[in-house]
Design a binder for this molecule. Structure first.
Ligand code: UD1
Length: 417
């Protein structure tokens, strides 16, 4: 298993380019199942989660070719409508094939993804919505069986604005008879990106980015080309990396509006943030001030940046309170940050962080993707060397992370033993 060895204490200085968004690429790749022919998707990051989605499409019979950041999917020859648990266990988001398969073929069988390290993560909202569109759903032996002669547009009010459920339901509804309205829909930028790809294929989706999305069913879709948006969580991680190392970093290929909630919190903490059309510069001179954060659905502060922001607050002047409202078990990084000298107490879904002047290097374990990123940031700022175990979690979501940070002056080595 690879590990990262990090020698802390080096300011990050220079420019870093953000890769294409993982969370936008995944539904867009799944959406390529919606029609026969060759879809071309650019700026897809090279990550293990993307490889799992490509493997899922291949298992269903699609032809998938990858060259650099470009992925071509030809779903002309889909020959099975069943995805086994080997893939759904490796990545929850492989359940995003459910909506497109049902829309195009009227049938899909997908192994239940089960819980993960950050929470139980059920699929009840996906399934409830599909039933409202007229699908028959049964759950047997750990599999979801979905069938429908023809889906029929309906009004669906989501109990909570789930990103995955919104995406699955939009894709399911593209061929449904009549109009589907999804209310209390998730407003994340990745949903706008999916809408743009679907509309390029000939779908009629409106309203993504707001909490009401309307889908007018169409008979046919055509293959399309699409470039995915930059990864806002990667961008946010780099912004915090600059702040925690008291560095000066210009982050390029970013949509500043997508990280506004983080920008506001960094400024409140005394960190300097400037931005242009597609870049953000973060400059930090000393210790940040403690600020409180509550994770929320977009455009609120993203749960996917909560662990990284906690690493920053571990070094702040004063006491901050971070409340996690999206996932029930997203504090696994706390015990590891404590090993590095952080003073953090947990009370239910709230973490109370008393900032300390310095962290010290330690051997720590990444329990999930963003917890792993938080440990990398803490290690970059720590006084001496750290070893981060279970790096495969970090590889799920950050393309060339150590290469990018080493170019900025970090000392990170990947060790394969
Ligand atoms: C997506 C992101 C993930 C991010 C999360 C929240 C992808 C591939 N992943 O995950 O990085 O952390 O949004 O911003 O885009 N829920 C239910 N029932 C459901 C579905 C969800 O109760 O049927 C709950 C979940 O348990 C969770 C909350 O809703 O508490 C939000 O989950 P959701 O928005 O669905 O997250 P994902 O789409 O899985």
């Amino acid at each position: 298993m690879p590990r990262l060895m990090i020698v802390g204490g080096h300011r990050l200085l220079g420019r870093v380019k953000v890769s294409g968004s993982k969370n936008a690429s995944l539904p867009v790749l799944a959406a390529a199942l919606l029609c026969p022919g060759r879809c071309v998707i650019a700026d897809v990051p090279e990550l293990s989660d993307i490889a799992v989605m490509c493997q899922a499409l291949t298992c269903l019979g699609a032809r998938v070719q990858r060259a650099g950041g470009q992925v071509e999917v030809d779903a002309s020859c889909v020959n099975t409508l069943e995805l086994n648990d080997e893939l759904t266990r490796r990545m929850r988001a492989s359940n995003l094939v459910l909506g497109p398969l049902l829309a195009r073929f009227g049938r899909a069988v997908v192994a239940y993804p089960g819980g993960c390290n950050i929470g139980s993560r059920p699929m009840n909202l996906h399934l409830k919505g599909l039933k409202m569109l007229g699908a028959e759903i049964s759950e047997r032996y750990g599999y979801i069986y979905a069938t429908a002669e023809r889906l029929v547009g309906a009004e669906i009010i989501l109990d909570m604005p789930s990103v995955g459920a919104t995406e699955n339901l939009i894709m399911a509804a593209v061929h449904a008879a009549g109009v589907t309205v999804i209310k209390n829909a998730a407003r994340e930028p990745e949903i706008v990106d999916l809408q743009n790809f679907l509309n390029a294929m000939g779908a009629r989706v409106r309203g993504a980015g707001t909490d009401v999305i309307k889908i007018e069913g169409v008979e046919r879709l055509e293959p399309a080309r699409h470039t995915v948006i930059p990864d806002r969580i990667e961008a946010g991680t780099h912004m915090i990396a600059a702040a925690i190392t008291r560095g000066d970093v210009c982050i390029t290929n970013v949509i500043p509006e997508h990280v506004e909630s983080l920008t506001a919190k960094l400024r409140e903490a005394g960190v300097q943030v400037e931005s242009g059309d597609d870049w953000i510069r973060v400059v930090a001179g000393g210790r940040p001030r403690a600020v409180d954060v509550r994770t929320l659905y977009y455009p609120g502060f993203p749960t996917d940046l909560q662990p990284q922001f906690m690493a920053l607050m571990a070094l702040a002047e004063g006491t901050s309170i971070i409340s996690e409202t999206i996932f029930e078990n997203r504090f696994k990084h706390v015990s590891e940050l404590r090993r590095m000298g952080a003073d953090i107490n947990l009370e239910g879904h709230t973490a109370i962080i008393k900032g300390v002047p310095r962290l010290s290097g330690a051997v720590v374990e990444a329990s999930d993707l963003r917890a792993g990123a938080a440990l990398v940031l803490a290690a970059l700022a720590a006084e001496n060397g750290s070893i981060i175990e279970n790096v495969e979690h970090i590889d799920r979501g950050y393309e060339k992370l150590e290469r990018k940070y080493n170019t900025l002056g970090a000392r990170i080595m990947r060790v394969h033993s």
